[in-house]
Design a protein around this ligand. Structure first.
Ligand SMILES: [Zn+2]
Length: 163
């Protein structure tokens, strides 16, 4: 049965060749941890949601919806794009994720929901967190009447120097 696909499992067993650093989707976070996080956020558990939580919530990541879909399919090949998109909306509404709009064509889902700023590399499309304290916003405009401040997030855009 060497050709059989491994079963879709919440906690796959890895052989000696397993290298955690090489895997985009695995970490020390157990599926039980992820299931608890979903339940705490009021999200009822399905296998698909757990797979997507595995992709996004087991470590800090910034992924586009299609990147999430690609990684989810590595775990569950039959998962549909619509399921992934609907689940991303659900996770965002449940405060498990933040949707970070870089520009009209680039939206990433951020599993770090604490307030923080980002560095965006326009050459590679990569989005990374700026370390806490490395960038501080000084001063704030007066807010329109009846408004309260929700969030301030800064995207520092960089690109490779030419030559
Ligand atoms: Zn971030």
């Amino acid at each position: 049965m060497g050709q059989a696909k491994p079963p879709i499992g919440f906690a796959p067993a890895f052989g000696d060749g397993f290298e955690p650093a090489e895997s985009p989707t695995m970490s020390d976070v157990t599926d039980q941890d992820l299931a608890d996080r979903l339940r705490t956020a009021g999200v009822s558990l399905t296998l698909q949601r757990l797979v997507i939580a595995r992709v996004l919530l087991s470590r800090p990541v910034h992924l586009t919806a299609d990147q999430v879909w690609g990684r989810a399919r590595e775990i569950m090949p039959e998962i549909s794009r619509a399921t992934v998109y609907n689940t991303l909306d659900l996770f965002e509404r449940s405060a498990l994720l933040r949707r970070l709009i870089i520009d009209s064509e680039k939206v990433v889902f951020d599993s770090n929901t604490a307030p923080h700023h980002h560095l965006y590399d326009a050459s590679t499309g990569e989005v990374v967190d700026i370390a806490p304290g490395e960038l501080r916003v000084i001063g704030m405009p007066s807010l329109p009447p009846g408004m309260e401040l929700e969030d301030v997030d800064v995207v520092v855009r960089v690109r490779r120097r030419e030559g």
